[in-house]
Design a protein around this ligand. Structure first.
Ligand code: UD1
Ligand code: CA
Length: 469
């Protein structure tokens, strides 16, 4: 059966106390709904319908993707009513999977089990056993143990509130049957809403089996209704990602103190120390070591590279065996060759640093192309900006730049050139030669240190010195 996924995202999310529609609240830096859509796509469905309503235009414009079909639910009359809107366009011979825009941690593997349990005539529910089930619908079973209904928390009797088997809200059912069951819904309940959960009554009435599938881990069906739950879901997301990293072969100094917000892949024997924040697409090759307090976003770090404490690395490509930091900053467009060293308080932007080259202390390298085996002395700066334009610096293989040099771009330092410390280089430094660009040192004979002056003498001196010219 072709699969149609329906994602419910029309609710207001009143309990968030926010101007932002609930499904746009960020989880790991991305809207809640985006996580659900990404999981839906993993199932390769024929269609993905997103039911929207509250904050409509804003939700829709946050997802311009062509594979989404938007279904308006003008009035939020309940989860059953929301699904009904989409059912108008879903063919009878499709399997329907209902997801919630505010239940973002669900995994595709779990959904595949749920879909597998729903047959041509049966309804499958994803359930979860909870010690604290407040707010959740409870699964009601008959004397033989069959599911006979779901009762919402607000409609439940004291006895039913003791039930620990809770409804995740996610269901799978054949479209033709689901449509039938939805048509039978009423609003005679505490919230005067059409409850999706009441399709269970329809299924039971028509003699169709209702299969309860327990979720593998409760965190997958955590819903976000308020900001406390948003924080719990964020922690759950972190936990899922750090588990994946450890299973792939990374050692984490403390899994609770690594924050993954994106797609991070790791090779074997990677080590990540505490307080690492990994954002976007990050790839850490085998045996890469990440020191404490590093932020790495959208970067590729090749095998055996060591990143010391307190580095910020964004949109950078780092070769094998490099040494970075502590306190280094690689900005977008930084590319380090094999075994390059970028040390403390060094900033590299839009620049290549060739194999074996070293920029070890207190430097700014911007819009530069540095060859292999170059040594850039402490405090060297590529002066790439003239106040209006950015200019390139080229440093060829084997050059040696003395400490404290200013390289005023555009400028070329030839292969094997040596630049004397403290030079301000404004034109090409020829290959293989020493270039010195600083005033000569002089020693003044017979010079005396200043002597203490009277207040009067000082006043006269100041007046003379500060006279406008
Ligand atoms: C729902 C279930 C409950 C389950 C819980 C799990 C019903 C009646 N109850 O309760 O059994 O335990 O989820 O998290 O289904 N929505 C719409 N249109 C509407 C109403 C809601 O699109 O008219 C969307 C919301 O945006 C949200 C989802 O449906 O994404 C769930 O709605 P919500 O009001 O949060 O339901 P719960 O009270 O949590
Ligand atoms: Ca909810």
């Amino acid at each position: 059966m072709p699969l149609s996924v329906v994602i419910l995202a029309a609710g207001q999310g009143r309990r968030m106390n926010s101007d932002l529609p609930k499904v746009l609240q960020p989880l790991a830096g991305k809207p809640l709904l985006q996580h659900v859509i990404a999981t839906a796509r993993e199932l390769h469905p024929a269609n993905i319908y997103v039911v929207y309503g509250h904050g409509g235009g804003r939700v829709q414009s946050a997802f311009p993707d062509a594979d989404l079909q938007w279904v308006l639910q003008a009035d939020q009359l309940g989860t059953g009513h929301a699904v009904m809107q989409a059912m108008r366009i879903i063919p009878d011979d499709h399997m329907v999977l209902v997801l919630y825009g505010d239940v973002p941690l669900i995994r595709a593997s779990c959904l595949a089990r749920l879909i597998g349990a729903a047959g041509e005539d049966s309804l499958a529910l994803l359930t979860v056993n909870l010690d604290e089930a407040a707010g959740y619908g409870r699964i009601v079973r008959g004397p033989e143990g069959h599911v006979i209904g779901i009762v919402e928390h607000r409609d439940a009797s004291a006895e039913q509130l003791l039930i620990r088997e809770a409804n995740s809200g996610l269901i799978a059912a054949p479209a033709g049957r689901l449509r039938e069951w939805l048509l039978g819904l009423g609003r005679e309940n505490a919230q005067r809403e059409y409850y999706l959960t009441d399709v269970v009554l329809g299924a039971v009435k028509s003699g169709c089996p209702v299969v309860a599938i327990p979720v593998a881990s409760a965190v997958e069906v955590l819903g976000v209704n308020d900001r406390l739950q948003l924080a719990q879901v964020e922690a759950g997301y972190r936990r899922q990602r750090t588990d994946e990293l450890m299973i792939s072969g990374a050692t984490l100094a403390d899994p609770l103190r690594v924050d993954v917000r994106g797609n991070v892949t790791v090779g074997r024997d990677v080590f990540i120390d505490v307080n690492a924040v990994l954002l976007g697409n990050v790839n850490l090759g085998p045996r890469v070591r990440v020191g404490p307090n590093c932020v790495i976003r959208d970067s590729n770090i090749a095998a055996d590279t060591e990143i010391h404490a307190n580095c910020v690395i964004e949109e950078a490509v780092v070769g094998e065996n490099c040494r970075i930091g502590p306190f280094a900053r690689l900005r977008p467009g930084a590319a380090l060759g094999t075994a390059a060293h970028v040390g403390n308080f060094v900033e590299v932007k839009n620049s290549q640093v060739g194999s074996g080259s070293k920029v070890n202390h207190l430097s700014y390298i911007g819009d530069a192309s540095i060859g292999a085996g170059v040594n850039v002395g402490a405090g060297t700066i590529t002066c790439n900006y003239d106040g209006a334009n950015k200019w390139p610096t080229i440093i060829e293989d084997g050059a040696f730049i003395g400490s404290g040099s200013m390289l005023v771009a555009p400028v070329l330092i030839g292969a094997g050139a040596t630049v004397a410390a403290g030079s301000t280089i404004t034109s090409a430094a020829p290959a293989g030669k020493l270039t010195v660009a600083r005033s000569r040192q002089v020693t003044v004979d017979g010079w005396n240190r200043p002597a203490k002056q009277t207040e009067e003498e000082k006043a006269t001196a100041v007046e003379t010195a500060l006279k406008p010219v």
